[in-house]
Design a protein around this ligand. Structure first.
Ligand SMILES: [Zn+2]
Length: 417
């Protein structure tokens, strides 16, 4: 190579570096998730899927691609910490056993791709898929997203649900005792729990979910076996439980999260605060309970209980991450719109909008173990960015007005181009 060629190559490399095109977002209003407050007129410079610089001063060049969101409220991508993308049950006709037998893993996976895209399009750039996906359907969906075949959110995935004998099925005949095996792994001793954890991780799980209290209650040792095994792979354990002894054992055993926790008492909420255990409350509104088939009176009672539990958890200071658990769509509403009905419960409990937004961003990221890369918009974090039309601090329901979505620097949706 001649000296001339070498200097030409060096010149090209330098000019490419200088002229490397960044994406620049001009944010009129910007939610600082770490401090829970709205800032004005921020410039976000994005390069290679991550935030390079953010603030009022960043410089950008004419060659950069500018996205003008100066009339919008810009937020980190939202997170839902309890979803089941491959399930959709008929309105007011909950029959999971029928779904298990009538819908193949392939069909469930196809539905999952549709629901995953709905979450992404509506501003949820990360979801925790918490199981009940037949024979690891979501594992294939995650691969398809990574290959670029389909668009979908970043998915934290539980694999099969680990539970005491019987999964969450009731009244299945003894001759059909393996009926639930596509959805659950029976595990009744600490060693069986460990084996189930390893099987899930082999199949792509990035979080472990246990169910306790539905059929049989896990001992503290059973919970601890899951937590210790998962920890070897830097994975967390979250536990479905409504309350009582099952919840006490889950908290004492070191679970990172409690899913539902509808009947947690103040003592349990306090010990969750002390240990840093998150509550993923799946706080169904009246309409959600009604959609699941409850009569009006029951739906009202159940919703009031959740408002009360949310109020107590907030007052005590239990860490919380947003999760919805909606598997029945309300007529005329898609999955995300049906899921966001739970905001009515949060509003009834008078939880401040800035706190709710934090449970959907920075706090969710903390529970999911991704708080060093997502959940806030700061340098070196992924450019998971959304914009809404109205100030969500005035009314949290404004997050339903998403008109811009970016995931890892890629524009998924921009209605106002
Ligand atoms: Zn669930």
């Amino acid at each position: 190579m001649t000296n001339k060629t070498i200097s030409l190559i060096a010149f090209l490399i330098i000019s490419l570096t200088i002229n490397a095109q960044n994406t620049v977002i001009k944010a009129g209003h910007f939610f600082d998730a770490r401090n829970g407050e709205m800032l004005e007129s921020q410039i976000i410079v994005i390069q290679d899927g991550k935030i390079k610089e953010i603030g009022t001063v960043p410089k950008f060049s004419d060659t950069d691609s500018i996205i003008d969101l100066s009339n919008s409220w810009v937020l980190p991508g939202l997170m839902d910490c309890h979803v089941h993308i491959t399930i959709n049950l008929p309105y007011r006709n909950l029959n999971v056993e029928q779904m298990y037998s009538n819908e193949s893993t392939a069909l469930r996976a196809i539905r999952g791709t549709v629901v995953a895209k709905q979450f992404l399009d509506n501003g949820f750039t990360t979801i925790k898929e918490i199981g009940n996906d037949a024979n690891y359907a979501t594992s294939a969906i995650i691969k398809a997203i990574k290959k670029g075949w389909i668009q979908g959110p970043n998915i934290i995935y539980a694999g099969k649900i680990i539970a005491p004998y019987g999964g969450q099925s009731e009244g299945v005949n003894p001759e059909h005792e393996h009926f639930w095996d596509f959805e659950y792994i029976d595990a009744d001793t600490p060693n069986e729990v460990k084996k189930a954890v390893r099987k899930n991780i082999y199949n792509g799980a990035s979080v472990i979910k246990l169910v306790t209290g539905d059929n049989g209650i896990y001992n503290i040792e059973d919970i601890r076996a899951a937590v210790d095994e998962a920890k070897k792979y830097a994975i967390k354990v979250t536990v479905h439980t409504v309350g009582g002894l099952a919840a006490t054992n889950a908290i004492s055993g070191g679970a990172a999260g409690i899913e539902h926790g509808f009947e947690l008492n103040n003592e349990q909420l306090q010990s969750m605060k002390d240990k840093g255990t998150f509550l993923v409350g799946t706080d169904f509104s009246f309409d959600n309970w009604y959609a699941y088939g409850m009569d009006s009176t029951t739906a009202t009672v159940l919703n009031n209980n959740l408002v009360d539990r949310l109020e107590r958890a907030y007052k005590i200071g239990t860490p919380m991450a947003f999760g919805t658990d909606i598997v029945v769509d309300i007529p005329e509403l898609n999955r995300v719109e049906s899921s966001l009905k739970v905001l009515e419960t949060w509003k009834a409990a008078e939880i401040p909008a800035s706190y709710i937004l934090q449970t959907m961003t920075i706090k969710a990221a903390e529970l999911l173990g991704i708080d060093k890369e997502r959940g806030v918009l700061e340098s070196n974090y992924y450019a998971d960015i959304i914009a809404v039309q109205n100030n969500p601090l005035n009314d949290i329901e404004s997050i339903k007005t998403v008109h811009f979505v970016m995931k890892e620097g890629e524009i998924i949706r921009n209605d106002k181009k």
